[in-house]
Design a protein around this ligand. Structure first.
Ligand code: MCN
Ligand code: CUM
Length: 795
């Protein structure tokens, strides 16, 4: 893959310099490339048993009876747990992250195909799986609700009859923006265009599926739970509340994670069942799901049906955007997102444009499908928002017969307007959009591409050029605005400098492949001048790390990264007092240069951080109020979120005979503020762009009308490989966040958010000769071909 770097990075300094920010090779990779990572399935405890879940074969059915006699008689089976057993423990239902409840095991009714019905604990994985077939379950099938558009029909079957007083499938209605003001702007506008835009249900499909190893010690009452989780601390608090196990008796360990992508934020029934299995048998119990279980029952993403409208003057000044959304949340409202925002951060659908008005209404509904919705590098549904506005802007460009890049350039929020308050309540901390857009056009050779397209069109060849520009809101968040089940979204950091000047930093967030062991060491290195290889990063173990809300919504750098910079500065300040005592001078007479304090005007009189660390632990009389170590801790509550942005250009060739789409080029210019490790950033961007190709061209979790999941394996749920993606061409600009301690913004989800609209815009652009103005993802050859015949098919 070629990488082009097209902008200077003032914050990065010399990229080859050993200390601080730059292209440092990943500290975690020596163990990963040697196959020495420890994933959940690598954890083996003495006497460990294995669990397997019996899942419902139908989408909607009353549970008539379960007979476990034969399964229990299996010589290797130790326990079979049903919903009834859990009821006796008051554990049949568990609270979700969205103030709903979810069945751990079915007691009354099956609500989606693949739902958890019983749990077998056996001596090995094979016996546990074999015994599932010995359980006899009788179901009384019910008509399912599969199409979200039918969920609110009068007379639609009520899925959640477990909730008292519920008579329909409506979960919530949520609106934001000023409806009347927006209506007035639309009524007076020269041009209004409307389009229904569907973002289909997709799945993060991490390489490693979900799993847990539960080890409950009946003597001292301690529960150690190894889990594939992106948020160990939040999970611990929830287990304490749900299971009534005192919080200090619970230790959650998140080992190496083979990809999370939001799939590993929530608490799944399997985790709870492993715990119950361990309590019941008195032995450690491992549960690891297979690929079909992962695709069919764990957190999906998107599933938004959006009615989009955009208003503009005839000169192309965009005035307002309005949308009405139907959100399919599946059978339980288990989306992982801040409590006060039932549609996540969808309200950033105003995009990167200076609008006069904006309004949206989102209606969440239950259907007989797996629960979830907020996952797959979505930045809390910024994916859906960006897709909506970037498709609408392209449709408007077509209507106005304007170039889509020109239309965007004309409407960007101007640099002097930042901090910019948009019409739905966000305050964009910083931005400088035009240079990013121009850089992407320059890398692409935009004018030449348009010329090439014209020539090809004359020859009947279908070439498309798609542009998208996005602004994300990541780094939740100010604790006063954002919480997850009541836990404020702040993060702790602890830094300890050993006597010899080596360091260990403990953080509350959890890497699933993002390289935190490297980048968080780089932050400490940059602040203290200790080389990154002398700094260990500890994460993923609640007994070893300070409390914090975990990794999702690209919040690790914005929140935990801030905490780490601040804790290092705290140590630096403490070091100053000790250095002053060592140099027999006053602290205010000292000056800092990377790695040492020295006397102002006398650079030769100084003490390195290593010397100071040794002295702090030594016999010297320490200054008043300074204790004998060089350690510190902080909790960081950010003042605002960060607003990374990017300009993407995609070039596609469409085969007029088959409808096959080839993504020929993709140019991605990202701005995530100060860049800690450009190599890791590029990795994040390459991965996200690949996600975008997957969603735009091939990925969908589909159902038949009975609610059978049609995408339960990688034979049906297609994900892109190196064969389907081009050599990515990346560039960047640097607009530091004004409020973040090191000016960094998140990058982990940017490319997944920004790339699908660029690809679809390119495909629709290619199909212009056929009069196509919109088509829904995934743009498979069959669908593209149908669109060319004037028959767009709904997903
Ligand atoms: N980084 C940097 N400079 C910046 C911003 C980030 O060097 N200005 C580095 C960070 O230090 C970190 C990485 O880039 O090593 C990603 O940082 P950040 O944007 O803070 O995102 P998180 O670490 O919080 O990761 C979460 C994000 C999410 S929400 C999803 S979903 C996703 C993603 O990361 N899941 C991933 N990228 C993933 N990458 C891998 N390999 N695996 C996943 O499961
Ligand atoms: Cu929305 S997926 Mo990530 O936030 O873990």
């Amino acid at each position: 893959t070629t990488v082009q770097e097209h902008a200077p990075n003032p914050a990065a300094g010399d990229p080859n310099r050993p200390i601080g920010f730059g292209r440092l090779q990943r500290k975690e990779d020596p163990r990963f490339v040697r196959g020495k990572g420890t994933y959940i399935d690598d954890i083996v405890l003495p006497g460990m048993l294995h669990g397997a879940i019996l899942r419902a074969p139908v989408a909607h059915a009353r549970l008539v009876s379960i007979d476990t006699t034969e399964a229990l008689a299996h010589p290797k089976v130790l326990a079979v747990i049903t919903g009834k057993d859990l009821q006796a423990l008051n554990l049949a239902w568990a609270p979700t992250l969205s103030a709903d409840v979810q069945a751990v095991l079915v007691t009354d009714k099956v609500r989606f195909q693949g739902q958890e019905v019983a749990f077998v604990v056996a001596e090995d994985r094979y016996a546990a799986r074999d015994a599932l077939e010995l359980i006899d379950v009788e179901y009384d099938t019910l008509p399912p609700v599969i199409d979200a558009r039918r969920a609110l029909d009068p007379g639609a079957p009520v899925i959640r009859d477990d909730i008292e007083g519920r008579t329909d499938n409506r979960i919530f209605d949520w609106e934001i923006g000023d409806a009347a003001e927006t209506e007035a702007v639309f009524a007076a506008a020269d041009v209004v265009v409307a389009q229904e835009i569907v973002y289909p249900r997709v799945h993060p499909a991490p390489m490693e599926t979900c799993g847990a190893v539960a080890d409950f010690d009946p003597i001292d009452g301690n529960l150690t739970l190894y889990e594939t989780t992106q948020a160990p601390h939040a999970h611990r608090t929830l287990y304490a509340i749900v299971a009534g196990i005192p919080e200090h008796k619970i230790r959650i360990v998140s080992p190496d994670i083979g990809g999370g992508f939001g799939n590993k934020v929530g608490i799944y029934p399997g985790y709870i069942l492993a715990v119950v299995g361990s309590i019941v048998t008195g032995k450690p119990v491992k549960w690891v799901e297979d690929r079909s279980e992962n695709l069919m029952s764990t957190s999906f993403a998107r599933d938004y049906i959006m009615q989009g409208e955009i208003a503009a003057t005839k000169e192309g000044k965009i005035l307002a955007v309005r949308t009405n959304v139907l959100a399919d949340h599946g059978a339980f409202n288990a989306t992982a997102q801040p409590t006060k925002t039932p549609a996540g951060f969808f309200s950033i659908f105003t995009g990167s444009y200076d609008l006069e008005a904006a309004y949206c209404k989102v209606t969440g509904v239950y259907t007989n499908k797996a629960p979830g919705g907020v996952a797959y590098a979505c930045s809390f549904r910024v994916t859906e928002a960006v897709y909506l506005v970037e498709r609408m802007v392209d449709i408007l460009a077509r209507k106005l017969e304007m170039d889509p890049a020109e239309l965007r350039l004309k409407n960007f929020i101007k640099p002097e307007q930042f901090p910019y308050a948009n019409k739905t309540g966000w305050v964009y901390d910083s931005g400088n959009y035009e240079p990013a857009m121009r850089l992407s056009m320059q890398i692409a050779g935009y004018e030449d591409l348009r010329r090439e397209q014209l020539e090809k069109r004359e020859r009947g060849e279908l070439m498309g050029i798609g542009v998208s520009f996005f602004t994300e809101t990541v780094g939740a968040g100010p604790r006063k605005h954002f919480d997850i089940v009541g836990l404020g979204m702040a993060d702790g950091a602890e830094l300890r400098i050993h006597p010899t000047g080596k360091a260990v930093v403990r953080i509350s967030v959890q890497s699933q492949g993002q390289g935190h062991e490297t980048t968080f060491a780089q932050i400490v290195a940059e602040e203290l001048g200790i080389p990154p290889e002398s700094i260990d990063v500890v994460h993923g173990d609640t007994d070893q790390t300070p409390f914090g809300l975990g990794t999702y919504g690209s919040r690790s750098t914005p929140v935990s990264g801030g905490a780490v910079a601040l804790v290092a500065r705290k140590v630096r300040e403490k070091a100053k007092f000790i250095a002053a005592a060592m140099l027999e001078t006053r602290p205010e007479d000292l000056e800092w240069e990377k790695g040492r304090w020295f006397v102002k005007g006398d650079p030769s009189a100084g003490k390195t951080i290593e010397e100071i660390a040794m002295a702090a632990h030594g016999t010297m009389t320490l200054p008043e109020g300074i204790d004998g170590n060089l350690d510190a801790e902080v909790t960081y509550d950010p003042p605002n979120l960060t607003f990374p942005f990017g300009a993407y250009i995609c070039v596609v060739d469409v085969d007029a005979g088959t409808g096959h789409v080839k993504v020929r080029r993709f140019i991605a210019v990202d701005d995530c503020g100060t860049r800690i490790n450009p190599m890791i950033i590029e990795g994040q961007v390459h991965g996200g762009l690949t996600d975008g190709v997957g969603m735009a061209l091939m990925e969908i979790i589909a159902f038949d009308e009975d609610g059978n999941c049609l995408s339960g394996s990688f034979m049906e749920y297609l994900i892109p490989t190196a064969m389907e993606v081009p050599d990515w061409e990346t560039g960047f600009t640097v607009t530091p966040s004004p409020h973040h301690p090191i000016g960094a913004k998140g990058i982990g989800e940017s490319a997944t958010v920004g790339s699908p609209p660029a690809i679809v815009n390119a495909i629709v652009d290619a199909l212009t000769p056929y009069g196509v103005t919109h088509m829904d993802m995934p743009c498979t050859p069959a669908r593209v071909w149908e669109a060319m015949q004037g028959r767009a098919r709904p997903p």
